[in-house]
Write a protein that binds this ligand. Structure first.
Ligand SMILES: [Fe+2]
Length: 146
């Protein structure tokens, strides 16, 4: 299904956000199509590593720019990582399919899109305000077909 997400104008972050969304979607599709525990675990682990690496990168960039809302942003990242860890632990304990897995799979994808469109855009607005050569058209919406 197609998603509309914001391109933030910071190439490295855009590429990582896109990758994150692709991994979340891969996990969602794995659950919907295969219901195979190995594939679901694989895509979830893949998503988790990508999330941790991406958040670290973004947080380092925010710190280097003295972003005033850094702590708030980091708290949101951390709670997402905790949700992933919770989902993983339930998967390991319950096997597949556990309770409301579809709900979680949809929520993960939705969270990433909302985070990019809201919280990440807010950071880029700040970044732009302190950078001289930041491109004017820094936020544009683009569609990603899944
Ligand atoms: Fe973020």
């Amino acid at each position: 299904m197609p998603w509309n997400i914001s391109s933030l104008g910071i190439g490295t972050i855009d590429a990582r956000n896109l990758q994150l969304l692709e991994k979340a979607e891969a996990f969602r599709v794995a659950y919907e199509n295969h219901r195979d525990s190995e594939m679901i675990n694989l895509t979830l682990n893949d998503l988790e590593s990508c999330v941790i690496e991406h958040f670290k990168y973004e947080e380092a960039l925010q710190m280097s720019k003295n972003y005033p809302k850094f702590n708030e942003h980091k708290t949101m990242h951390n709670s997402f990582i905790e949700d992933l860890a919770y989902l993983k632990s339930r998967l390991n304990e319950d096997g597949v399919p556990p309770f409301n897995m579809k709900y979680f799979a949809d929520v993960l994808v939705r969270w990433i899109i909302d985070h990019i469109d809201g919280t990440d855009v807010e950071f880029v607005t700040y970044y732009r305000s302190i950078s001289r050569n930041f491109p004017a058209a820094y936020v544009k919406s683009w569609q990603m077909a899944m």
